[in-house]
Write a protein that binds this ligand. Structure first.
Ligand SMILES: Cc1cc2nc3c(=O)[nH]c(=O)nc-3n(C[C@H](O)[C@H](O)[C@H](O)COP(=O)(O)O)c2cc1C
Length: 243
């Protein structure tokens, strides 16, 4: 029953599983389904997304599948006062600790892209749950969001001069070392010149999962109320229980 293993169900995990079922069911309209009955007596659904099926493009299938990947959220910033730019970014990962470095993938169309490439320094500001609004501001191209980006939160600078969010969970202050062509994006490799831990490491990290901003507690505490105020798994539960 690989679908069981894939979902990793245990009796206590029913809530988590049913939440996935809810979401999976919603997507079955677009693809084939696999039903399985298991000794838990509940019906499981696992979707298989086939690009091209039901007019779904490869890119759409890719974006849908990426929604299953939970990632931390950062604001990547550059530029000096009056010329500061930034964007919300989840395509960020550490590269090496031997030579403290990380990489960020930035869309060439993002207004911060060319400034990042020309200024050759940037900061990666790791967000907590308290920064949900800032994450929205730096991810929306609406004019009012663009102009108001650095008006939210308290910003300082570290070594390179890149804007550092002083309430961020952590800030990596980087010098741009290399740019690699990544199709629609540029892969920027940064050498970390200084690192700051500003807030309590136990602070609730902001997460991007299922195309929504959530926090770690949202994800790990099944009875925790989701963004729409319902216990996680409630609104999305379609599973027929054996009870
Ligand atoms: C959760 C989330 C993560 C994102 N991650 C990235 C990313 O890693 N790289 C990127 O280029 N754009 C990413 N974006 C999109 C940019 O944030 C957005 O296109 C950019 O901020 C637009 O800014 P602009 O209007 O100044 O061009 C992400 C958006 C969201 C909502």
């Amino acid at each position: 029953m690989d679908s069981i293993a894939a979902i990793g169900i245990s009796r206590s995990g029913t809530v988590d599983a049913t939440a996935r079922i809810g979401r999976a069911l919603a997507e079955t309209i677009f693809s084939g389904m696999i039903f399985a009955n298991d000794k838990l007596g509940s019906q499981l659904v696992r979707t298989v997304i086939q690009p091209g099926e039901n007019r779904m493009s490869e890119a759409e299938a890719f974006v849908r599948a990426m929604a299953a990947f939970a990632s931390g959220v950062t604001i990547v910033t550059t530029g000096r006062a009056g010329h500061r730019r930034g964007l919300t970014a989840t395509a960020v990962c550490s590269l090496s600790a031997d030579q403290p470095s990380l990489l960020v993938c930035v869309n060439r169309k993002a207004s911060a892209h060319d400034v990042l490439v020309n200024e050759r320094y940037f900061a990666v500001n790791v967000l907590t749950k308290a920064h949900r609004e800032i994450a929205v501001m730096f991810s929306s191209s609406a004019p009012e969001c663009r102009v108001g980006r650095f008006a939210k939160g308290e910003w300082g600078i570290l070594e390179t001069g890149a804007p550092a969010l002083l309430s961020a969970a952590a800030v990596f202050d980087c010098e741009l070392d290399r740019i690699i062509d990544g199709f629609s994006h540029s892969i920027l490799i940064g050498l970390v010149r200084s690192t700051r831990l500003f807030s309590n490491p136990d602070d609730d990290a902001l997460i991007w999962h299922g195309r929504r901003f959530r926090s770690v507690t949202d994800l790990v505490d099944p009875m925790h109320r989701s963004a729409d105020g319902l216990p996680l798994g409630t609104a999305q539960t379609f599973a027929k229980s054996s009870g």
